[in-house]
Structure formats: structure tokens, C-alpha cells
Ligand binder design. Structure first.
Ligand code: ADP
Ligand code: MG
Length: 582
């Protein structure tokens, strides 16, 4: 249990602030995360690690000479937003380009991808390196779908050392991808982890059982086995990792035996006593192995074993000196030179004056009411959505939706107060949602709301056909970003039925309010029906079977929110052909 906290929803921010204070000689807090205290004397590639909080020392603890230049820090187990990634990149860029590197999770891929688009549009060279080391999360034939877990550490270390040596962006990326291709991890858990303030752990294991193949976000193990002895556990981990030895791999390896949060070092040393001899017996030389907490999962009890097969390029990067708050190796020359500016950009655009008609401002007030209605029902459903997400995902869906909708409500009300029309109000709501919710659903909801607003515009209260086009734009944007199809067991399974039913009804001359009601009913039924599906996208995919019988949380919340928003969105709209008021 996490026992020290104030407001649980502020835990990640407060932890980051405390971390940056105590390590102020090495790091500096910036909007979205943290960067090195000192700017490099010469332009160098900025290696920016990222992901949710709850994994310390990953990722902010690894900022420093020979390692990361900055970290983008999301809420607990939640992807940071695109805005955060952008802001940290702006603060860290010294003119030689930036590379985002992170574990392969849909939310992170989308958020770092959107930040990359924005940076590239400003002329900043930017690349992304994904870590996919978790052999339990997909078969070798689908290795690109694998999650990133403790292998983050070796891959980031290699990239950080390469950048420190002056390698250019393409070279840092090439070496990072090579390290990832040669890295394999398997984990196991003995007890689940608990969110600050939560009543119960994200998952539990029966007494005397171990979950093999756990994720680092509380995703339960792929299958449970009887708790083995340390020796049996060591054999299991080693044989699983070595069964995936890369082709043409050499005999020198970097090894991490990683504690997940509440496993004592002494226990890890006992396990190492089995692991190291087995690896040596297999003919390997262990190069600067690490035993300790490197990539954790709140207070989870568990361990993971990572092997990175080294070659003549990777070994010197793995062994190169580093000095970071959480990790020191060798004698790294401390960063010196100019303090990095305190005036970090928050990445925000200057506030534009809003141009809108009175009709659109009137409709904007209805949009704010729609978002407030969503806020009320999401607060009410927060716990239930979290429980649904915990079955095969990471349990954060309720909290993420609440954070998103709270931010959206505040931003929408502020924009309305500043005279914005409906399009700008919805766009502001969407941007705030994506920024504060993090997570896969957060970035999709945010981008969808913005697209809805862009279609509605700032000149009229939309009639039925425009509203249908706005709903379609919402759906299109989500499909475009998330690439999920009907049947993948995601929010798309509730969204596309809604969009097609609403367009169909409106085209048939049904009033928008009635069309919305029909669409919401069909969407709710479709959300319910996802209980029978196996998830093919998102965090729940590796545990597909466990989710059978439970509807998809994102589809459930979408159907629910759309249902309560309808009365507001359609209140001021008309049917163009007849002019009839509904
Ligand atoms: P995360 O998965 O990052 O923890 P949430 O828990 O907030 O984010 O949201 C989970 C929901 O996101 C899932 O239930 C699913 O509906 C939706 N989702 C996941 N991946 C995708 C995707 N690629 N496209 C559309 N929706 C997705
Ligand atoms: Mg989740």
C-alpha cells in the first residue's frame, strides 16, 4: 500500500516536484517533466525518455550525463500528453534534434507521435524509438506488438551514451533500435500494486501463487503458477529469456535483475545466485550486470530478468560512465556550462482573440452544458470504469476520464467566458482533455472533441447535417489516430455504431434530438456486446482472455457520455430541410 500522499490525484505531480527539489544540482523541473540542470556546451541530440509515473527510477531518475537529457512525466501508469512531450522537447532541444524513447503502449505512441508532428512542423529534427522487450506480451512473430518493460533501461542507456559521445540523431536512433532488437525481458509478480489512495490493489494473486509475464502497469501475469523456490524461479526466467536468443547473437550480455517495487535487494541477490551461474553455464560473459530497482511498478512485489546481447558497438555504450540521480556508473564528467534557462516554454500558443457569432456563442453555452453533463456522469462512474479496466488493462480508465473531463470542463467554461464560439470552446476542451487525462482514451477523446469543434465552427448553431458531420469527424479522427477497427474491443465499437446511426436518422429527416437518442441506444447496446469480444488493441490485448465477459471500459464510457451529452448538443439545432424544431 502507498501510505504517504495528500490528494491522491496530485501524487505524481507532488512526487516529481519533490524529486526535482532534492536533485536540483542535476535536474530542473519544466512543464511536462524535467530536464538536465545544465545546457550542453555544444549542441547534442536530446534523448528524452518518457512514460507514466510509478516506475521510479524510470524515467526522471535517469536524467543526467551519459543517460537521458530529459523525461516526460505522465500521471501514474498513464501516458504523458502530447503537450507535455512537446514542452519537454522544447526545453531540452539544443539544436541537434530530439529523440523520444519509451515503451510500446498505444497512448504513448499517439502522444509522442503528435508531439513529434508539431516539433517537425517547427523545423526541429525528431525521432521516436520504441522499446518492445517483454517476451510475454506477444509471440516472436509479432514482436513489434510487444510492450516495453525493464528493457527500457538498457535501450535508454545505450542511446544516452551515444548522444553524450556526440553521435548524430540518425546514429542515436539506429543504436537504440539495435539495442531494442537485442533485448528480452520476462517478469513475474508475487503481489499486486496499489494506487495511492486506492482501497485495493490493482490485482491480487492467490496465496502461494506467482503470476508469470506480468506487465509494469499492474497488468496481471499471463498465467499463475505455484510459488517456486528461488532456484526454480531463476531457472524459469533464464530459460524463457534464452529461448528467445536473437539470431547471430554474441556471448557477451548485459543483464538486469530488476525489482518491481517491494522486492528486497537481498531477495534479488538470492535469485542472482541462481541466475548468474546458469547464464555463465550457457557460455555467456556477464558485462556489468545490474541487480536492483531500475524499472518499478509502484509497490508491486515481483522481479524481471532482462538480457541485452552486446556487440562491439553496444558494449562500450552500455559500460560508458553515467551520472544521474538514481544511477551512477564510472566517472562521468559532470555537466557544466550554462544553466539551462528557467524560462522554459510551456509550449502554449499565445492566447488568440476569439471571433464568433452570437448564434455560435449561444451554442457554445450548450456545449459547455454537454461537457458538464459528461463530467457528472463520469464522476459517478469513475470507480466502476476503473474496475472494468483493471480486469485486463491497468485500472486507470475511470481516473483518466475524470481528469480529462474535469480539465475539459474548466477550459470550455474559460473559453466561453472569453467570448469563444462553439468550435473554439470544443477545441479548447479537447486540448485540455488530452493534456490532463493522458492515456490512450485521453488522447483520443481530446483529439475527437477538437475535430468535432472544428467541424461545428464558430459561426452558426449547427443544424442536423452539420452535427452529423461533426460526429463523423470525431469518429474519423479517433480511428485515424488509434487505428482500431470494429471488433477490436475498443471505444470504436461503441463510436462507429453511434456515428452511423446518427447520420442515418438525420438523413431520414428525424430531428437531431430523436436521432441522438436512437444512436445512443444503439451505441449502448454495441458497448454491452463488446463483452463477448477479445481485445485486439491497447493494453488489454496481452490478457485478452481475461477480458471475456466484461465489456470494454472505453466503449462503455463512450456510450454513457454520448447518451448524457445529446440533450445539450441537440437542444439548439434544427433540421435544415424543414426548419422544424425538435
Ligand atoms: P490506457 O489504455 O492508456 O490505460 P485508458 O485506460 O484510459 O487508457 O483507456 C482504455 C480504453 O482505450 C480501452 O478500453 C479502449 O476502449 C480504448 N483504446 C485502447 N486502444 C485503442 C485504440 N488503438 N483505438 C481506440 N481506442 C482504444
Ligand atoms: Mg487503462
Amino acid at each position: 500500500m502507498t501510505k504517504i500522499f495528500n490528494d491522491p490525484s496530485e501524487f505524481a505531480e507532488e512526487a516529481l516536484a519533490g524529486f526535482c527539489d532534492v536533485h536540483s544540482d542535476l535536474v530542473r523541473q519544466v512543464p511536462g517533466g524535467a530536464v538536465r540542470r545544465y545546457r550542453p556546451a555544444q549542441p547534442k541530440v536530446a534523448v528524452l525518455a518518457g512514460g507514466g509515473s510509478g516506475h521510479y527510477p524510470a524515467f526522471a531518475g535517469l536524467i543526467g550525463t551519459g543517460f537521458a537529457d530529459g523525461a516526460v512525466v505522465g500521471n501514474i501508469f498513464t501516458s504523458p500528453s502530447a503537450q507535455q512531450a512537446y514542452a519537454v522537447a522544447k526545453a531540452a532541444d539544443s539544436g541537434a534534434g530530439v529523440v523520444f524513447t519509451y515503451g510500446n503502449y498505444a497512448g504513448d505512441v499517439m502522444n509522442f507521435g503528435m508531439a513529434s508532428e508539431r516539433l517537425a512542423a517547427e523545423g526541429i529534427a525528431v525521432e521516436n524509438v520504441l522499446v518492445t522487450d517483454d517476451i510475454a506480451s506477444a509471440p516472436p512473430s509479432e514482436s513489434a506488438k510487444r510492450r516495453g518493460i525493464a528493457g527500457d533501461f538498457t535501450v535508454f542507456k545505450v542511446m544516452g551514451a551515444a548522444a553524450e559521445n556526440g553521435a548524430g540523431l540518425a546514429e542515436v536512433v539506429r543504436l537504440g533500435r539495435k539495442a531494442n532488437d537485442l533485448t528480452r525481458t520476462i517478469g513475474s509478480a508475487f503481489a499486486g500494486c496499489t494506487f495511492p489512495g486506492a482501497e485495493a490493489p490493482l490485482f491480487t494473486l492467490p496465496k502461494g501463487q506467482m503470476g508469470l509475464g506480468l506487465g509494469i502497469h499492474g497488468e496481471p501475469g499471463l498465467h499463475d503458477t505455484d510459488l517456486p523456490s528461488a532456484e526454480e524461479l531463476g531457472q524459469e526466467l533464464v530459460s524463457r529469456v534464452l529461448s528467445e536468443t536473437p539470431v547471430n547473437a554474441g556471448k557477451r550480455i548485459a543483464v538486469l535483475l530488476n525489482g518491481l517495487g517491494s522486492t528486497k535487494h537481498e531477495e534479488l541477490f538470492v535469485l542472482w545466485g541462481t541466475v548468474a551461474p546458469l547464464l555463465r553455464a550457457a557460455g555467456y560473459t556477464l558485462v556489468m550486470p545490474e541487480v536492483g530497482e531500475l524499472v518499478t511498478s509502484l509497490d508491486m512485489a515481483g522481479v524481471s530478468l532482462t538480457v541485452t546481447w552486446l556487440d562491439e558497438e553496444l558494449e562500450p555504450l552500455w559500460t560508458a560512465p553515467a551520472e544521474t540521480p538514481a544511477y551512477r556508473r564510472g566517472n562521468a564528467a559532470r555537466d557544466a556550462g550554462a544553466l539551462s534557462g528557467e524560462e522554459a516554454s510551456d509550449g502554449g500558443a499565445a492566447v488568440a482573440a476569439f471571433v464568433a457569432t452570437d448564434a455560435s456563442r449561444g451554442y457554445a453555452a450548450a456545449c459547455v452544458a454537454a461537457i458538464q453533463a459528461a463530467q457528472a456522469s463520469l464522476h459517478e462512474a469513475e470507480e466502476r470504469l476503473g474496475r472494468m479496466d483493471a480486469i485486463a488493462g491497468d485500472g486507470d480508465h475511470g481516473r483518466g476520464m475524470v481528469r480529462g473531463v474535469d480539465a475539459a470542463t474548466a477550459a470550455a467554461a474559460a473559453a466561453l467566458g472569453d467570448g469563444a464560439g462553439a468550435g473554439d470552446v470544443l477545441a479548447a476542451a479537447g486540448d485540455a482533455w488530452a493534456d490532463k487525462a493522458g492515456g490512450t482514451s485521453g488522447v483520443l477523446w481530446g483529439a475527437g472533441l477538437r475535430a468535432f469543434g472544428e467541424t461545428v465552427g464558430n459561426t452558426t448553431a449547427p443544424e442536423g447535417a452539420v452535427l452529423a458531420a461533426a460526429v463523423t469527424a470525431f469518429a474519423d479522427r479517433i480511428v485515424q489516430l488509434g487505428k482500431a477497427e470494429i471488433g477490436d474491443k475498443t471505444m470504436v465499437d461503441a463510436l462507429l455504431p453511434f456515428a452511423s446511426a446518427f447520420s442515418r436518422e438525420v438523413a431520414n429527416g428525424v430531428s437531431p434530438i430523436r436521432a441522438w437518442e436512437t444512436a445512443a441506444r444503439e451505441s449502448a447496446a454495441a458497448a454491452e456486446a463488446t463483452a463477448d469480444l477479445l481485445p485486439l488493441k491497447g493494453r488489454a490485448r496481452p490478457l485478452a482472455e481475461k477480458s471475456l465477459g466484461t465489456p470494454d471500459p472505453g466503449a462503455t464510457s463512450l456510450a454513457m457520455v454520448f447518451a448524457v451529452m445529446g440533450a445539450h448538443f441537440t437542444a439548439r439545432t434544427t433540421v435544415a430541410q424543414t426548419g422544424a424544431k425538435s
